[in-house]
Design a binder for this molecule. Sequence first.
Ligand code: HEC
Length: 191
Amino acid sequence: MKKLSLALLLMLQSFALQADETNATQAQNSHIPDGIKYIKMLGGALKSELQQHLKADPSGKEALDFCSSKAEEITKSINDKLPEGASVRRTALNYRNKNNAPDPIDQGIMEVFKKAADEHKLTPQNIIKIEDGNYTRYYKPLLTKAVCLKCHGTEVSDDLKNLIKEKYPNDKALGFKNGDFRGVIVSRVKK
Ligand code: HEC
């Protein structure tokens, strides 16, 4: 996995996700691989909840509480809906929750993503598809946006920092800047 280079990343297929916009027709949707649909299911569920909680309480405390108490539950409830042999989860090189720690394949892919992001060559559409024995994995990169900085940035409020430290004494997910590679959503589908 170490040998994966930036050139390889750029050669790998980038899936166009525009068919997934709200006005997409069934026919367009059927061209999206299932593994990418699962990524959108998890990403979409977490994003809409996060937005609602940030709106309700702009300090971010309520949203932080939501992320720390419900992110795993939501991930599990989405996985419960997937066909046998399929799964979807989040992971990161610098993770907050140790249950989200990467496996060796995740690690290799994310090192490639990180290098590409550092060189400003990564977009969220650069989904990587790899073969993993009897499974296919899809990796969607997550880039840090302004909204993420409240809880993952360099200037997180003391209130939030204290809450984070309390729940995640070994947190590694602070200090990100806008545009930094933050992590991935990865799905695995049985062949
Ligand atoms: C309100 C605070 C908050 C905001 C805003 C936030 N996060 Fe997080 N994030 C968390 C918490 C708390 C966790 C740990 C969740 C858990 O226990 O599974 C987390 C976990 C993650 C993970 C899983 C890997 C890990 O570190 O455990 C990723 C990936 C991630 N966040 C990316 C983002 C991105 C990208 C954004 C912006 C779109 C964002 N986060 C915005 C609080 C936040």
